[in-house]
Design a protein. Structure first.
Length: 192
């Protein structure tokens, strides 16, 4: 399965190169091309449109600062940018609340993340996200839950340990092993 043609990836990488050189036209094209996926992921994590807008702005500033270090061999531009988005959104959510997501809301996040995509259009719009979720479903359920709690729920390993009723070391191992397996699967897809 090819997520993007090599030409699309090269064109995206050229925009990042332009961003690194402070090319205003490249920067504007970069934002136009990726603002939808960035805002969508930020909104799905923050669940607050105003906060998602702030996160999106921060993501593009972070991308501009890091553009010179982008390596097309490591990940597609979209994957790189969505990783920045995820981190920025989790940071924003953590700053807004003193305690991690708990109870019903956390279970809802788990259920939404682990269920199959609802429509073909949603799957196409969020292709890379859905690919990662599919790889999550291939993990043993306890690893998948730990990864979802840590990555999407924004929980620390200690919080995962408490939520799942497992020792801290076990929570860390599940998170680390699950993330490693998903990353390896994604690398194999990108090599094709």
């Amino acid at each position: 399965m090819h997520l993007y043609s090599r030409t699309d990836r090269a064109a995206d990488a050229a925009l990042v190169d332009g961003l690194a050189l402070d090319d205003e036209q490249a920067a504007a094209a970069f934002v136009r091309r990726f603002q939808g996926p960035v805002f969508g992921l930020a909104l799905s994590i923050t669940r607050d449109p105003a906060l998602a807008e702030d996160v999106s702005q921060e993501v593009f500033v972070r991308a501009w600062r890091a553009a010179a270090s982008y390596d097309v061999r490591r990940a597609s531009v979209l994957t790189w940018l969505l990783t920045i988005t995820r981190n920025a959104a989790i940071d924003a959510v953590r700053m807004r609340r003193a305690t991690p997501t708990e109870g019903e809301e956390l279970e809802q996040i788990l259920a939404e993340t682990m269920r199959p995509p609802e429509t073909e259009a949603t799957a196409l719009r969020n292709l890379e996200r859905e690919l990662a979720v599919r790889h999550l479903r291939e993990l043993p359920p306890e690893q998948a839950r730990a990864v979802v709690l840590a990555v999407i729920g924004g929980c620390t390993a200690l919080e995962v340990s408490r939520h799942e009723g497992i020792p801290l070391g076990t929570a860390k191992t599940r998170i680390r092993t699950g993330l490693r397996r998903v990353r390896q699967q994604l690398k194999e897809v990108h090599r094709d």
